[in-house]
Design a binder for this molecule. Structure first.
Ligand code: HEM
Ligand SMILES: *[C@@H]1O[C@H](CO)[C@@H](O)[C@H](O)[C@H]1NC(C)=O
Length: 326
């Protein structure tokens, strides 16, 4: 019985420790400093989305690439006069300009409110804008944790080996996502982002023309889909041509991506392997059969993504201009 006493005494201390470790990000972070930050970001993102649909995939991918390199600190947005920033790395060079522009516009909307001016980080604006585009495209609406601060550094070198490639197998994907505390289920759910957006032909040319090591057309690729892809991406095509990644509902954030995988219609090896590999196939089947389960898993996973390597408290800064450090 008397063993309970020390536990009772320690409980408040433990609680304090746990909360100080987790209370870094909070959905109410701007409650006092900028109470309407969410609606300010929302209207700016909506206006941009109405101008061009690319807003959605571009912003979503920008967030992912930001979080995997130096954490979610908007370092991906920093310009370099010598072209030596993250965005100049080959893995980031195809990030669509509309994603950057979305954040710049949302930042201007936030800063137009005197109360909010220079109070909200670009990293948090990107996190909020991402939630808006997912929701606008038909995906889940989830609570966004806030309180990130902006990084001051962005280098091309820091991108090296931090982002997944289209030819990754399941072990490589898991290794990279696990290193950011994301599980295989999180990785499969986040890959569902490929329900939106475009890819350049070069990313999958070896699958349809068989100039991979084995010199064969990828056997996991649906034959009809392979034929369609060859028509859209002829052999000596302009490498700048881009095609929809989801051949069925490219403008809707839905679980069609997983049903496509079941039919061999995953565009990249890294997509198709999620179904080919028996370790992740059950998760693909679950998300393909149950849109609610996918939406929930995606919301959970993108929330975890939003915690990766964040700067909080007095670390980093609140950037005045999202493209340069103060
Ligand atoms: C799992 C490993 C992943 C790999 C190997 C991968 C790879 C790629 C590649 C090669 C492209 C095409 C780029 C181009 O040719 O322009 C692309 C596009 C895209 N990716 Fe991923 N990606 C992965 C995960 C993710 C995640 C986790 C997200 C977001 C949560 C995401 C969001 C997107 C979006 C939205 C696009 C379309 C961008 C646009 O249309 O502008 N990807 N990805
Ligand atoms: C789909 O997933 C949701 C959320 O996980 C769950 O509550 C529901 O029971 C599932 N539906 C079916 C038909 O399995």
């Amino acid at each position: 019985m008397d063993t309970r006493l020390p536990i009772l005494l320690l409980a408040p201390l433990l609680l304090l420790l746990v909360s100080s470790a987790q209370a870094q990000l909070s959905p109410n972070f701007y409650q006092n400093s900028c109470p309407n930050v969410e609606s300010l970001v929302r209207s700016a993102v909506r206006a941009k989305f109405q101008q061009t649909f690319v807003t959605a995939p571009a912003t979503l991918r920008l967030y992912f690439h930001d979080c995997f390199v130096r954490g979610c600190d908007a370092s991906v947005m920093l310009d370099s006069p010598t072209n030596n920033a993250e965005k100049d790395h080959p893995d980031d060079i195809s990030l669509a300009g509309d994603g950057f522009d979305t954040v710049v516009k949302a930042k201007a909307a936030v800063d137009s409110n005197p109360r909010c001016r220079n109070r909200v980080s670009c990293a948090d604006i990107l996190a909020l804008a991402t939630r808006e585009v997912v929701s606008l495209a038909g995906g889940p609406f989830y609570r966004v944790e806030l309180g990130r601060r902006d990084g001051r550094m962005s280098t091309k070198a820091s991108v090296q080996r931090q982002l997944p490639h289209a030819n990754f197998n399941l072990d490589q994907l898991n290794q990279m996502f696990n290193s950011h505390s994301l599980s295989q289920t999180d990785m499969v759910a986040l890959s569902g982002a490929h329900t939106l957006g475009f890819s350049h032909c070069g990313q999958f040319a070896s699958r349809i023309y068989g100039f991979s090591k084995t010199n064969a057309i990828d056997p996991t690729l649906n034959r009809n889909y392979a034929t369609q892809l060859r028509q859209m991406c002829p052999l000596k095509v302009d490498p700048r041509i881009a095609i929809n990644m989801d051949p069925t509902t490219p403008r809707t954030f839905d679980n069609a991506y997983y049903r496509n995988l079941q039919q061999g219609r995953g565009l990249f090896s890294s997509d198709q392997v999620l179904f080919s590999d028996p370790r992740s196939r059950p998760t693909v089947n679950l998300f393909a059969n149950n849109q609610t389960a996918f939406n929930k898993a995606f919301a959970d996973a993108i929330t975890k993504l939003g915690r990766v390597g964040v700067l909080t408290g007095t670390k980093g800064e609140i950037r005045r201009d999202c493209t340069r450090a103060n």
